[in-house]
Write a protein that binds this ligand. Sequence first.
Ligand SMILES: Cc1ncc(COP(=O)(O)O)c(C=O)c1O
Length: 425
Amino acid sequence: MDSMQDMPLPQLSPLANPAGAFDDLNPTPRLLMGPGPINADPRVLKAMSTQLLGQFDPQFRRMMRETMALYRALFETSNDWSLVLDGTARAAIEMVMLSCVEPGDKVLVCSFGRFGQLLNEIAQRCGADVRVVQAEWGTVFDLAQIEAALKAFSPKLVAICQGDTSTTMLQPLAGLGELCHRYGAMLQVDATATCGGAPLPVDEWRVDAVTAGLQKCLAGPSGASPITLSPAIAQIIYNRRHIEEGLRPAAYVPGTGRRIASNYMDLAMVMDYWGDAGLNHHTEATTMLYGARECARILLQEGLNQAHARHAAASRAVVAGVQGMNLRLYGDASNKMPNVTGVCVPDGVNGDRLRAALLNHFGIEIGTSFGPLHGKVWRIGAMGYNARQDCVLGTLAALEVVLAAEGHKFTRGAGVDAAYAAYQG
Ligand SMILES: Cc1ncc(COP(=O)(O)O)c(C=O)c1O
């Protein structure tokens, strides 16, 4: 390529204090009340400081199987192939799609926010023939809209978010799996932002693939991603099994399907690694596995229903609190995610300056949103370890102070009182 056509590399400013690189890590603690990540449960951090094991150590192999069993319970499924992938949630979405979808396959993406756009982007990169149906941001689909697209397009796979964190909307999913199957399609759900915070009974709702992340309602860090695969989608993926040359066992027979385009993202090889064959693939991120195992243990010890109720209670309190401060909710309130609340930035208030004041004066982080919603919507999360009364009330109390400093008109104390009452009632 002619150097005149080169794309300028991204700007990278020099480190202000190079000697600081040798300082101990000692960041000012923050309360993370945005759309995720949130503060990890200390139990998860403790589990992650466990000494490493070799990935083929029998003790570690047992932990992998235990982790599969824990995530089966968490996903409310009997799917054998319930496991944890190394990579953040988008890696898991991409691994499932790339391993299942062959170039030219039809994928229907149901998009109601920025993460629907991500599903589209990933499907495009898989070489799929993609059709996008769009629900206006701040709303969700009714099943008739999706059925019309299924009828017209006959996709192999339908991809949708359960919760699109960008708009804070929660798509009702009961009945969608059955609908997709009626039209010969499989259903992939991105539950990154909702897993553990809202019901998703995978078998009952007949979802073929669910991907999640640890960094939201599961109270862990990002970096490992639980997934579950129905027997049908697992079979489609495994038919594309092409083991890399250096790892092939003696009696190796490749699958009849087309080789998956990425080595790292090849779920068929990952299945061989997690299965009894224990074939080498990547070097397992053992520390992340310890963390993922602990996240599931914590949630199941609490009880799925109890965890969902805790998120719903936090949501009611945040809603009561912001409304008590004379703020408007963003989007369709009857379909909001229980763990994130979208709040319209009122006229005359500088949304980013308010967030900076919350962070700098109270150590509390809340989020803005993406694209057209940037600076117009705040996103207040109460999820995972932070879906607690003390976190919610403290955040709302701080919000009152910085809102008043921005000149917003409301009755001081009314928001926190309303949230407190919501928790008591
Ligand atoms: C709904 C949804 N999907 C996907 C992602 C991407 O996850 P990750 O950043 O872990 O790759 C996010 C992240 O916030 C999300 O909220």
